[in-house]
Ligand binder design. Sequence first.
Ligand SMILES: *Cc1c(COP(=O)(O)O)cnc(C)c1O
Length: 402
Amino acid sequence: MAEGRTRAAWAEVDLDALAHNVAVLARRAAPAALCAVVKADAYGHGAVQVARTALASGAAGLAVAIVDEGLELREHGIDAPVLVLSEVMPDAAEVLVRARLTATIATLRGMQALAAAARRVGTRSKVHVKVDTGMHRVGVAPVEAPALVHAAASEPALRVEAVWTHLAVADGTTADDQAFTALQLRRFDEVVAALEQRPRLLHAANTAGAIAWPAARYDMVRCGIGMYGCAPTPAMARIPDERGAGETAGEDPAAAETAAVLAALRPVLSLKARVSAVRELDAGERPSYGRRRALPERGVVATVPIGYADGVPRRLFDTGSLVLVGGRRRPLAGTVTMDQLMVDCGPGALVAPGDEVVLIGRQGEEEIGAEDWARLLGTISYEVLCGIGPRLPRIYRGAGDR
Ligand SMILES: *Cc1c(COP(=O)(O)O)cnc(C)c1O
């Protein structure tokens, strides 16, 4: 779809890197299966392409946040199991059943709506019962969970395939965080022990859990961010200048292995554009809205046709973020506008219209990661990646099907 369009800005998705990351995570989680989380258009990478590559690289199934995302996968011929990660509204149950998506249920009302939909369609619907062990977002309370599982198992139109939970601080590095994750897993184990029958699958881990919490892997892990080549938090990421070489390695072998797995992941998405205009300006000129920054010396300013409508946050200017032009890190010359931004390329810079600018990714020896933006913006790489807008074409590189 992207090919043949005229846009001089795009997101490049490296399917070979994705396949590599899936293999790394699958190996780490084994014998637990890997469920590839492709919600939010695969964190901005393109759900259909990512789903196909992940399934070809060792993922056993897929997960989405909402029914429409599951429908998109089915409409593109993807037949693998697709778990919808929250209980849907009762009026969406029939669409979910018809698309053979796997439902999450967390309430009796939701379970009954799903069973009724499955009866109307004349099929048996797979369900995963979600237990709230402390995240407090979605899920049945632990004390009520065995009864809900029993009620679902007693419905001929439903098949309980799994019981699962979600960890709130598996990526946390403090003692409090670690204790809370341990508590969540203990609550989950207690629910499972109280069931009349263990379902085929138990699952609890996101990327952080899958990498750092062996006890959380159970039968399946649900990985998103790691697949896309990012660490779950800046703190978990290896930041060479903030975490001295070998600091984690010596004392704690588990921490060393976590660091090794994160280090093995490769970024999948790059954000690129071509210079659309170049002008030489005097020292003191103040490009862009608000005239926020004076050029320190006479130099070349390049206009790049990508802006905050594409997911380049306006605030990136205030954080002093840099972009790569001609293999060098260059500051923004002023505020990011909706569709364009300006780069201060410095005195005498050899920059011409058509030159490639890298906002996220590698150019020559330099690299800027989604995690770098996240750190500057005080957020996490998830938000940066999901913010890459639908207006930008996605260009896919690599077969990604080894
Ligand atoms: C988004 C999500 C995941 C994936 O989390 P990552 O940290 O990206 O691996 C797993 N489980 C649930 C319930 C989610 O909502």
